[in-house]
Design a protein around this ligand. Structure first.
Ligand code: NAD
Length: 365
């Protein structure tokens, strides 16, 4: 039996996590849950937004299923999610974008896997505010070395890309491609303008690509061009590897292509450790309303089952999700043609429907 840390999260988190648990149980997943708190619930009960017990639980169990967490406004962490990824060295973010049968999917033949670098880039959090006295020192130093002039009202955020992390994420993308019988890995960048940091990301990518020559095709795409290709001919794209910020933006774009955030799953992976979570956030305006789509979290749980080696259970659950979405009867508002919230199924009803399909598939097997 696999022991898995369960973090229900903020906003709609508890609802979508409960929905995933119903489906996992129906699929016969061999999981023992260890509940841990993060976010608002943790602050209330344990006095900390990210208690050390929670990180210890993930370190011990090596696998977690997590609901979204609200980023606290004002002090505290920049983002709890970024902090979890950083503290546990979850350097790769995996976000598959496939056609799931949604009526709002713009294409029927999209099957893209986004591999987002998860720790560096503008997410490193090295920033100098407009009124910070240190900003003046940074500007003076830069002015001396580059003759670059600044307005006196300037804020600065640093884009950090290291060769080590660029190599690690490139290798992750190629290994993923090999293990999952994909044909091509494309490096996404803006190295024509951002010559050093994106340049290093790109150069390192091609160095790693040499190790996979003859096995996996490698090419590169400038990020603005990728945005157009995603809309015009996403069928030509396979595995994409991107620095953190482009990865964040492009994964929402890809979610939009397949029918929205409600069906976009994700995983944060490190060496021997993984935290599975939907791409979407805490959607606070829907919290407690039993309205949002549970599919993104259920499909994140499918990714988790694959990771745990529970392949049969993963395949059954995936099949059940596809059937419910294709039938389009017991689905949440975002999967309805008319998006009518009054006629739509609730989060739990849709989860129960998927669980019912899971049981039917298992009985026939
Ligand atoms: P969001 O993803 O929470 O919601 C944006 C909109 O997307 C919603 O209003 C809703 O219309 C739609 N949506 C999201 N999830 C859906 C679902 N399951 N089904 C149907 N529609 C869905 O983004 P936001 O409003 O920008 O962020 C809210 C909070 O969540 C912020 O505090 C943000 O920092 C946090 N956040 C957390 C994570 C994470 O935990 N990994 C990710 C993104 C945002």
């Amino acid at each position: 039996m696999a022991k898995v840390t369960l973090i229900r999260g903020d906003g709609v988190g508890p609802e979508v996590i409960r929905a995933a648990q119903i489906c996992l149980e129906a699929a016969g997943a061999d999981i023992e849950w260890e509940e841990a708190l993060a976010g608002e619930a943790a602050r209330k009960e344990q006095g900390s937004l990210l208690p050390s017990q929670t990180l210890d639980s993930i370190r011990r169990n090596k696998v977690a299923l997590k609901g979204p967490l609200t980023t606290p406004v004002g002090g505290g962490f920049r983002s709890l999610n970024v902090e979890i990824r950083r503290r546990l060295d979850l350097y790769a973010c995996l976000r598959p974008a496939r056609f799931w049968g949604s009526v709002h999917s713009l294409y029927k033949d999209v099957d893209i896997v986004i591999v987002r670098e998860n720790k560096e880039d503008l997410y490193a959090g090295i920033e100098f505010d407009i009124d910070d006295e240190f900003t003046g020192i940074v500007k003076d130093e830069i002015r001396k070395r580059t003759q670059q002039e600044f307005s006196s009202h300037t804020a600065i955020s640093l884009k950090i890309i290291s060769q080590e992390e660029a190599a690690r994420i490139a290798r992750f993308a190629f290994e993923y491609a090999l293990a999952n019988r994909r044909k091509k890995v494309s490096c996404v960048h803006k190295a024509n303008i951002i010559k050093f940091s994106d340049g290093l990301f790109l150069k390192t990518f091609y160095e790693v690509a040499k190790e996979y020559e003859g096995k996996i095709e490698a090419n590169d795409i400038i990020v603005d061009n990728l945005a157009m290709q995603l809309v015009q001919k996403p069928q030509n794209l396979d595995v994409l590897v991107l620095p953190n910020l482009y990865g964040d933006i492009i994964s929402d774009l890809a979610a939009g292509l397949i029918g929205g955030l409600g069906i976009a799953p994700g995983a944060n992976l490190g060496d021997g450790m993984a935290v599975f979570e939907p791409v979407h956030g805490a959607a606070p305006k829907y919290a407690g309303k039993n309205m949002v789509n549970p599919t993104a979290t259920i499909l994140s749980a499918v990714l988790m089952l694959h990771y745990l080696g529970q392949k049969r259970e993963a395949a059954i659950l995936e099949k059940a999700v596809r059937r419910v979405i294709e039938e389009g009867k017991v689905v949440t508002y975002d999967l309805r043609q008319d998006r009518d919230k009054n006629k739509a199924a609730g989060t739990q009803e849709m989860a129960e429907e998927i669980a019912k399909k899971v049981r039917e598939i298992r009985e026939k097997d």
